[in-house]
Unconditional design. Structure first.
Length: 199
C-alpha cells in the first residue's frame, strides 16, 4: 500500500507532508518505509527520514475480534535546517476493540529523540470509528502529545479531531481530518488530507 498525506494549520507557520510504502511481510507483520518533510516560516525546515518501521499484531485478527499490536519506527536520517542530527526511534501499543455500534481504539507510545538535550515524547490517543456504509468510515479522536525529560517545557499537546475515510473501490482511499487544539497558544485548528493506493 502506498500512502501520502499533507497537514497544514490555519494561520500557522508550519506545514508537513510525507509518503510511505507498506507491505505485508507475514500474515501478522507489516513493514513500512517512509519519508517526510516539514516546512517552517519561522524556523529551519526539517527532513523527517527516510524512516523504516514495522507493525506486529500478536493478538486477534484486527477485524472482528479484539486485537493488540506493536508498532515501531526508526528514523534513518533527520536534518534540521540542513544539519544532520542523531537518529530518533519510537514504539506504539495499539489496542482495537470492535463492537456493533463502533470500533474503539487506544494507542500509547513513546518517541526517543536522538539529539542530546531534546525532550522525548509520550503519546496517548483514544478513538471511536464507525462505518456509515461499506465505502465510508467516520471517526472521533482525543489525543495528547507530551514532552518529557529534564529539558521539557510545561504544556500539553491535547487535541480533539473528527475525520472520514472514503474508499469508493478496492484500490483508492481518500481521508480528511479536522483537529482542534484547545490549549494551543498560536494555533488552534489544523487539517490533514491523505490518499492511499492499495495493490
Amino acid at each position: 500500500m502506498f500512502q501520502s498525506y499533507y497537514d497544514a494549520s490555519f494561520g500557522g507557520p508550519q506545514r508537513i507532508a510525507g509518503s510511505s510504502l507498506t507491505f505485508g511481510a507475514t500474515r501478522k507483520m507489516d513493514v513500512r518505509i517512509g519519508y517526510g518533510y516539514l516546512w517552517s516560516d519561522i524556523g529551519p525546515d526539517v527532513t523527517l527520514g527516510p524512516n523504516i518501521g514495522m507493525k506486529w499484531r500478536f493478538l486477534g485478527d484486527g477485524k472482528r475480534k479484539p486485537s493488540m499490536a506493536l508498532s515501531s519506527l526508526y528514523s534513518i536520517d533527520n536534518k534540521v535546517g540542513g544539519k544532520a542530527r542523531k537518529n530518533d526511534y519510537g514504539g506504539l501499543l495499539i489496542l482495537q476493540y470492535p463492537t456493533r455500534p463502533a470500533i474503539f481504539l487506544v494507542n500509547y507510545g513513546r518517541v526517543w529523540i536522538g539529539e542530546s538535550g531534546s525532550p522525548d515524547l509520550r503519546y496517548f490517543a483514544f478513538a471511536a470509528a464507525r462505518y456509515l456504509n461499506p465505502d465510508m468510515l467516520v471517526a472521533l479522536e482525543y489525543s495528547d502529545l507530551e514532552r518529557i525529560g529534564q529539558s521539557a517545557k510545561s504544556g500539553s499537546g491535547e487535541q480533539v479531531a473528527a475525520g472520514a475515510v472514503f474508499s469508493p473501490g478496492r484500490e483508492w482511499s481518500y481521508s480528511a481530518q479536522l483537529a482542534y487544539l484547545p490549549l494551543g497558544r498560536n494555533i488552534h485548528w489544523h487539517m490533514t488530507l491523505g490518499v492511499s493506493l492499495n495493490f
